[in-house]
Write a protein that binds this ligand. Sequence first.
Ligand SMILES: Nc1ncnc2c1ncn2[C@@H]1O[C@H](COP(=O)(O)OP(=O)(O)OP(=O)(O)O)[C@@H](O)[C@H]1O
Ligand SMILES: [Mg+2]
Length: 247
Amino acid sequence: MALLARLEHIVKDFGAVRALDNVSLDINEGEVLGLMGDNGAGKSTLVKTIAGNFQPTSGSFLFQGRPMSFSGPADARREGIEVVYQDLAICDNLTAAANVFLGREMMRRLGPLRVLDHGGMNSRAAELFRELKSETRPADLVNRMSGGQRQAVAIARTRLSRSRIVLMDEPTAAISVRQVAEVLALIRRMKDQGLSVILISHRMPDVFEVCDRVVVMRRGRKVADKMISQSSPEEVTGLITGAIQSA
Ligand SMILES: Nc1ncnc2c1ncn2[C@@H]1O[C@H](COP(=O)(O)OP(=O)(O)OP(=O)(O)O)[C@@H](O)[C@H]1O
Ligand SMILES: [Mg+2]
C-alpha cells in the first residue's frame, strides 16, 4: 500500500495539558485505520490536527511527501482532507443536494445573470448517491433524514471534492443498528475507491469489521499500531484501559 501521509513526532499542548505526546503515524492509500482510546486519549485532537483545525505545538505532517502546515480546515480541504461528523457540517434546513454542494454551488447563466443550477446539482447529487448505493434522494430535506442518510450526504460531499483522506469522528455512536451497517458499507466503498479512511470509534465490532489497521491512543500517546488481523478485541481493550502497556 502506498504511503499517502505521515505524522512525525506530533506534540499538541493545550496549556498544561499534553493532548498529543510524540505521535508518529503513517496513513496509507486505500486503507481504513481504526483510531481507538478512552475518553480524553487524544483521538479527536489527532484528527483535528490532520484536518487543520489545530496547529501542532511541534512535529511535522507530510502529505504526499511534502511538509504541510495548515492554518485552517479550508487549507486541508484543498489538499483533499475532509472530516465527516455525524450531524455537524450539515445544514438541517437544506435539501440533500444543497448540502452536497454547500460552498461550491453549481451556477448557470440566465441571460446576463448567473443563477444557482438546481437541476444540475440535483442530478449530480443523485449520481453520487447512486454511486454510494444510498437511497438518499437529492430533494429530501436533511432534517427529515436518519443518521445513516445524513452520513451519505456528508460522504457524497467528499466524493465531489476528490478527497484523499476522510476522517470520521464517532460516526456510528448515535445511530441504529441498520444505519451502522449502512455506514460501514459506505466506508468499504470509499476504501474501494482508493481513499484513506480514519475511523474514530468506541465500537469494537465496527473496528474489527471494517478496519485494516488499528491504532490505540492512551493519554496522548500512541500505544499500539497493528494490523487488525494481528490483534484481537481483548488485546485492544487491554491497550485502551492500560491493562496492556503497549503492543
Ligand atoms: N480545545 C481544547 N482546549 C483545551 N483542552 C483540550 C481541547 N481539546 C481537547 N483538550 C484536551 O485534550 C485531551 C484530549 O482530548 P480529545 O478530545 O482529543 O480526546 P478524545 O480521545 O477525542 O476523547 P473522547 O473519546 O471523549 O472524544 C483531553 O485532556 C482534553 O481535555
Ligand atoms: Mg473525541
